[in-house]
Unconditional design. Structure first.
Length: 383
């Protein structure tokens, strides 16, 4: 059984996502397990070169994680024919240009979402990748969450009957940074000019979650808000937080399913998890968090009575049954392995840049719906 090397130019690995999810929990983990196994028994060993603006930082990371190569020279890295893949997890605003540059250099490309900060740039780069015939992909990590994999299992088994609605609650309190608790997210998330805003951030995710699990998104109505107008940044400096930090969005899906998802960085959590999805169908309902999922079949549905004069006797949380585990491998790593197999062995792949275009499209329509205070249809995209 042979082991084949795959050179990967990795950009943005000093950031939160690039470092934790992509470098450490995916590429370093894949290297530690001896590479990615192919169906013929061969293995593919990723050989990354870490690229960043700060030479010491990327060199230190490389050293820490047993990686041989790092550089500040992206142009030179892209010129090296021995590195076939370019990956980007740096800032959203530079993404489309970086991907374009990599595609021009003949690289296969894989990246974080959103694939661009505007629909126009997103479709342009996806078309370019298609024209050039390079393999391409975007991170769709939420599909790999055990909680949502359990929802898919229930759906595929026919558990829900006819699906009626899905309500999603995403969010937690992100500290303002002004009274002792530092903020837990980068400050650019809260500045429009730096590509921030929860609508651009989260509607990209909700697009593929809805399309894949509940029904293709046909229309959107979105109300955004900037609840906290001023925050304190990484250097202790107060800044104007002008980007939307909450979004209250309703979606009409194919098949008549209605979905409503609240996304907020200004909400305190009293629910099963930081994100929860409740699905109600004629035959059963389920609530999934990041990992767990609880179901209630029609025959197990209790009969509550509305009586405001008597304190509630039912514990509603006790009336659900837990769906057994489906495995808990990190989703970012699973997707990396799939992409590597797709590049090397041409295996099927469902997360091309076109999926990223759909995400940016929905985010842009969400922003437009908010600005114009109206429902908007979601047009089909042709590459
Ligand atoms: N899939 C997910 O669940 C998920 C979650 C969070 C963020 N993201 C996406 O990941 C990307 C990075 O987000 P993050 O939270 O890791 O941000 P971050 O601020 O922690 O990291 C940003 C990275 O970009 C680099 N960078 C910033 N400005 C740059 C510039 N001008 N030139 C070159 N490099 C620059 C930084 O050095 C750093 O490596 C964003 O596109 C974001 O939307 C995805």
């Amino acid at each position: 059984m042979a082991t084949r090397r795959l050179g990967i130019v990795m950009y943005g690995v000093t950031g939160r996502m690039g470092l934790n999810q992509h470098l450490v929990r995916s590429i370093v983990a894949i290297r530690a397990q001896g590479g990615v196994l192919l169906s013929n028994g061969d293995r593919v060993m990723p050989d990354p070169i870490l690229v960043g603006r700060n030479a010491e930082k990327v060199a230190a990371l490389a050293k820490q994680y047993g990686i041989e190569r790092s550089t500040t020279d992206l142009d030179a890295a892209l010129k090296n024919p021995a590195d076939e893949v370019f990956f980007d997890a740096a800032t959203t605003q530079m993404r489309a240009d970086l991907l374009t540059q990599a595609i021009e250099a003949g690289k296969h490309v894989y990246c974080e979402k959103p694939i661009a900060d505007t629909y126009e740039k997103a479709i342009k780069v996806a078309r370019f990748a298609n024209e050039k015939g390079v393999k391409n992909g975007v991170v769709q990590d939420k599909l790999f969450l055990p909680g949502l994999r359990k929802i898919k299992l229930l759906r595929d088994s026919g558990f829900f009957g006819r699906m009626l609605s899905m309500r999603g609650e995403f969010g937690y309190w992100v500290f303002e940074g002004d009274w002792g608790q530092p903020a837990q997210r980068p400050s650019w998330n809260y500045r429009k000019a730096d590509g921030g805003g929860i609508i651009l951030d989260m509607l990209c995710h909700w697009r593929y979650v809805l399309d894949n699990l509940f029904g293709k998104v046909q229309a959107v109505s979105c109300l955004g808000a900037t609840h906290i107008p001023s925050r304190v940044d990484e250097n202790g400096k107060t800044y104007v937080a002008d980007a939307d930090d909450a979004a209250y969005a309703t979606f009409q899906l194919e098949g008549g399913v209605i979905a409503h998802i609240n996304s907020s960085w200004d909400v305190r959590v009293r629910r099963d998890d930081l994100v929860t999805f409740q699905v109600d169908g004629t035959h059963g309902s389920a609530v999934a968090g990041l990992t767990k999922c609880f179901s209630q079949h029609r025959v197990n549905t209790p009969r509550p009575t509305w009586n405001p004069d008597v304190p509630q006797t039912m514990n509603f949380y006790d009336q659900w049954e837990e769906v057994p585990d489906v495995g808990s491998e990190n989703g970012f790593k699973i997707q990396w392995e799939d992409f590597i197999r797709h590049v090397v062995a041409d295996t099927p792949w469902h997360h091309g840049l076109i999926e990223g275009v759909k995400g940016v499209q929905l985010a842009e329509l969400g922003l437009q719906s908010w600005a114009e205070r109206r429902w908007l249809d979601v047009p089909e995209i042709k590459l």
